[in-house]
Design a protein around this ligand. Structure first.
Ligand code: ADP
Ligand code: MG
Length: 613
């Protein structure tokens, strides 16, 4: 039998390796910018077009490369940064595997210009899919420019896998933040689609943070500074009152390289013990300096995860450094040893159980039953609130958990307000529409301004979530089924979300030729443009799911509620206004729209009286 084991041709091996190094445009940005930093650049320009799909270019004024080096740099395992295995343990540079350029060149069109200070002429090198297309001497400034075009041009599967330009740009921006924050002494410019996105002059760390995150950051920062045998810790934490629910400004750097470390993150949170509201995460920019041989950055190909020799000690040092910083700037009752630590463990979700607003109003109250079906100008449809307390039976999953989190903050107010409403809501309560945008009504203690669009979003959102959870979406069969076209990618997503769409009231099937035939739509989608609605559902789903914060059900319910809610500018009949108010306060989370915007504001009697003084 013939031998069957073969060595893969180089270009195939490169493509495979490329998969590991280059996941998306942001990975290219990271590799190129790190190379520029290793080349001792003092000014680095990043130029990106279409989320990096069509162009990523990094221009530096670093040491540049000779003709031979330029050519060699694209060979696999070509690196100037280590010569022996020992060097691996004492690294001061970012790269060392020598495979970034080879990998990138395997899956894109690369155009490199480079010149060293000693050479008069530089080198231009063009490579497409690992093949050198041209190499010529050129006049070019000292330093290196690498332009990467048409990423994944020869791997369509990978190219299709890329997210929208916006999402890819966000990943690139995250990567840019990380290097920019690690190197305040380097000037950075970032151009996106031809316009300047960031312009960061050479400065100190504090100023760099402020340049990246905005002026408001300045007052929030508290310096951290601690030097021990094991590690030096410096940087800033944000004051606890600015801690946010969403993750964002949390950065660890080890020896000036951005790292991820859930363990050290925990140390920071532990130091904030008792100072944070549940689920809030403080911002931080923390720089650890440890001996290079005490840290293994090689355990992950993309090099953001690291292994420290003595993690436990580091944990303790970090925690006390931050406690110290918080105490010194008297942002913390850090010296209050009387505290019962059990009372303020931040991660024990002490109020784990959902606190449902006490709804005492008759949930079936609906004086406008008749009006519901009528089309015409009245686009608000009264949603049955029957049995809404059972909205999420047995759903201890993601959706209800998120609700709990919000409810901890908002239920109290809603509850109070609602108690007032329960005695007031009746036929006599007057509502009127202000600027075709707000519904105004009175409550015991003053006035209530409800944003009609956001309020209706909230009502629909909960309705759709409920339908998806208890599987009882009301569908309205179309007399003339709609035939709609979708791209392959869209069809793929449509299949992925089909189950949820069905429970919300959509029913459709795919005919042989790839056309989608829609036979039923949700009741509330009656007047909508169905093609646009489905397109929106698909594209929002694609974007949001990549962020991983919401469940499929939430994403779809959110999009649908936004698309179908009454818009500002729409006139609402008095009955509809009242029904909307009633439905809103029958919601689990009346105070916020599904997009976390205020649905209503109150103006107290006192506020009004003060105006007359
Ligand atoms: P690594 O960075 O791991 O060494 P790369 O594939 O990223 O591997 O780069 C290979 C080599 O090319 C580097 O070791 C360096 O010598 C050279 N090089 C890459 N980018 C630049 C640059 N911007 N300026 C100077 N030299 C560079
Ligand atoms: Mg490199």
């Amino acid at each position: 039998m013939a031998d069957i084991v073969r060595l893969l041709p180089d270009h195939v091996a490169n493509q495979i390796a490329a998969g590991e190094v280059v996941q998306r445009p942001a990975s290219v940005v990271k590799e190129l910018v790190e190379n520029a930093i290793d080349a001792k650049a003092s000014v680095i320009k990043l130029i990106v077009k279409e989320g990096g799909k069509s162009l990523i270019q990094v221009v530096d004024d670093g040491v540049g490369m000779s003709v031979t080096d330029a050519r060699l740099s694209f060979e696999r395992h070509a690196t100037s940064k280590i010569t022996s295995a020992d060097d691996l343990f004492a690294l001061h540079t970012k790269g060392f595997r020598g495979e970034a350029l080879a990998s990138i060149a395997a899956i894109a069109h690369v155009d490199m210009l480079t010149r060293t200070a000693n050479d008069e002429l530089g080198t231009q090198l063009r490579i497409e899919g690992s093949k050198v297309v041209s190499q010529e001497p050129v006049a070019t400034p000292k330093g290196t420019s690498v332009a990467v075009k048409n990423l994944f041009f020869n791997i369509p599967a990978r190219r299709n896998f890329l997210k929208s330009n916006q999402v890819e740009l966000r990943h690139i921006t995250d990567e840019f933040h990380r290097v920019a924050l690690a190197h305040p002494m380097i000037e950075f410019h970032f151009y996106n689609n031809g316009s300047e996105f960031f312009n960061l002059p050479k400065t100190n760390l504090r100023q760099r943070i402020v340049h990246v995150f905005g002026l408001k950051m300045n007052e929030r920062l508290v310096p951290v500074d601690e030097e021990t045998q094991v590690a030096k810790i410096s940087g800033f934490i944000c004051k606890p009152e600015y801690a946010k629910k969403s993750r964002g400004a949390q950065f660890f750097f080890a020896n000036n390289r951005f790292i991820k470390s859930p363990y050290l993150h925990h140390a920071v949170i532990a130091a904030f013990e008792g100072l944070l509201k549940p689920e809030r995460v403080p911002g931080y920019f923390l720089y650890l300096e440890v001996p290079p041989n005490s840290i293994d950055i090689n355990i992950h190909p993309t090099k953001t995860e690291v292994k420290f020799d003595d993690e436990n000690t580091l944990y303790a040092i970090l925690r006390s450094a931050i406690k110290h910083a918080l105490g010194q700037f008297s942002v913390a009752p850090a010296l209050d040893f009387e505290r019962d630590p059990n009372l303020d463990t931040p991660y024990a979700f002490q109020h784990k159980g959902a606190i449902l607003p006490k709804v005492t109003v008759d949930a079936d109250f609906n004086p406008f039953q008749e009006k519901q079906k009528g089309g015409g100008q009245q686009t608000y449809q009264k949603v049955s609130t029957k049995g809404w307390q059972n909205l999420y039976p047995g759903l201890e999953g993601i959706a209800s958990q998120n609700f709990e989190l919000i409810s901890q903050e908002t239920t109290k107010e809603a509850e109070e307000l609602f108690d007032e409403r329960t005695e007031k809501i009746s036929y006599e309560v007057a509502t009127f529409q202000y600027k075709r945008k707000y519904i105004v009504t009175t409550i015991k203690s003053g006035m209530l301004f409800i944003d009609q669009n956001r309020a209706h979003q909230r009502v629909l959102f909960e309705q759709f979530l409920k339908e998806m959870t208890v599987n009882e979406g009301i569908s309205q069969q179309l007399l003339f089924p709609l035939k709609l076209d979708f791209s392959n990618e869209e069809l793929r997503i449509l299949k992925e979300i089909k189950g949820s769409l069905n429970t919300m009231g959509f029913s459709f099937k795919e005919s042989e030729d790839g056309v989608v035939v829609v036979e039923g739509i949700p009741l509330s989608a009656e007047h909508g443009d169905i093609q646009r609605l489905l397109n929106e559902l698909i594209s929002n789903y694609r974007e949001d799911i990549s962020q991983g914060e919401l469940s499929q059900a939430e994403i779809l319910a959110r999009t649908l509620s936004k698309a179908l809610a009454v818009k500002n500018g729409e006139v609402l009949a008095t009955e509809s206004q009242l029904a909307l108010v009633n439905d809103l306060f029958n919601c689990k989370e009346p105070m916020l729209s599904p997009f976390q915007k205020m649905t209503y504001v109150t103006i107290s009697e006192g506020d009004i009286e003060n105006k007359f003084i």
